[in-house]
Design a binder for this molecule. Sequence first.
Ligand SMILES: [Zn+2]
Ligand SMILES: [Zn+2]
Length: 452
Amino acid sequence: MKIYNSLTRKKEDFTATNNSVNMYVCGVTTYDKPHIGHAMSYIIFDTFHRYLEYLGFTVNRVQNFTDIDDKIIDRANKDSLDSNQVSEKNIKAYFDVMDKLNIKRANHYPRATNEIKEIIGIISNLIEREYAYESGGSVYFSVKKFKDYGKLSHRNVDEMLEATRFDVDENKINFADFVLWKSAKPGEPFWDSPWGNGRPGWHIECSAMVLHHLGEQIDIHGGGQDLVFPHHENEIAQSEAALGVNSFARFWVHNGLVQMDGDKMSKSLGNVFDVEVALKKYTSDAIRLWVLQSHYRKPLNLDENHIISSEKSISRLRNAIDIESNQDKQPISSQTYIDKFIQSMNDDLGTPAAIATLFDLARAIFRGRDNKDNVIDLIKALKKYSKLLGFDLKPSKKNIQISEKDIEELIDLRNDARSNKLFEESDRLRDKLQSLGVQISDSPEGTTWERI
Ligand SMILES: [Zn+2]
Ligand SMILES: [Zn+2]
């Protein structure tokens, strides 16, 4: 399999010693419920995990929870909770939705607050090696000391200085230096350390957890493209400086980000940005299909119409696996489909082409039914490779049922558009209603609607 490595900016052949893969994926900061961007990212790394196993690798995946952070402390103060309670609540919400999305659990989910000893260990090591300095009760990494700084994000030092210029902290020697240990302000949660009471910075926890749970070098490090700089750049600096190695992660894999097109997000349909809401309206299969129909490195547009059409598409696959075969004939071979599927996946997890092959299979099954052929092998292949992408293809209990209130709201919006002569918009709203099973008709008395 070839995987695009952000470090070299090339697709490279992926191999691993003893076919054993150590994979670390940056997890969520537990100040809020997971959103659709998290769902996208973890569906993608779940698919990597599943496919590597299919290829015969043993995968050991570790994903952290950043369960102490400024945002968590702010949220705790706002909600009159302690930061632990905020984290517990959101970790529970995380597992709840990710399990529903059929995302295989990682082998281990370390939490920053359980790794304080390891974090202090690696910071002490960095101070000893003169890559870090203590100042005002906090500890900073000295970016200038690490000669490879910028090798992942391919930025030069000036650009990085520019990016961090506004991060004012009088204790730092240079703007670009970043915090490893943050001294606690009065009232903040803290841990005891050689530098006084404080808490770990965000970047250092991942370096400490990788070392603690996976060792000095890992095969794949994953995360969203928004983490390349500074988070992953800083992880590299910390880990490689502390360990004296020069390749802490062999492959850096980054997913594209969810983009919101405000225009296309209909308020009246509820906010699918919240994964819990999305899962109430759509099946997990539809959400996975929507994510995987786009290549993982590309941005994914959050247009609810695309999720709606994924819901329709997935039902085609569900129907195809229920077709009866004519056992009197020789089965039609599925091999060319399987070869195509694997070829696509081997090309940097090419799920859009792999999914197109699943739909080709479904088409062949329907054609076979019409010709009274034996499609048993085609159905077996469709089931197996759908499952490999995490689709369960169970019959859906979900009908996209839009409420009366939402229908009226959309009709009002459409009438506004019409009276403002925004005909494109009014047509779009009519089509949207149609796609939700609502037919409208205009008459001099006004607009009426019925479910179709
Ligand atoms: Zn991380
Ligand atoms: Zn641990």
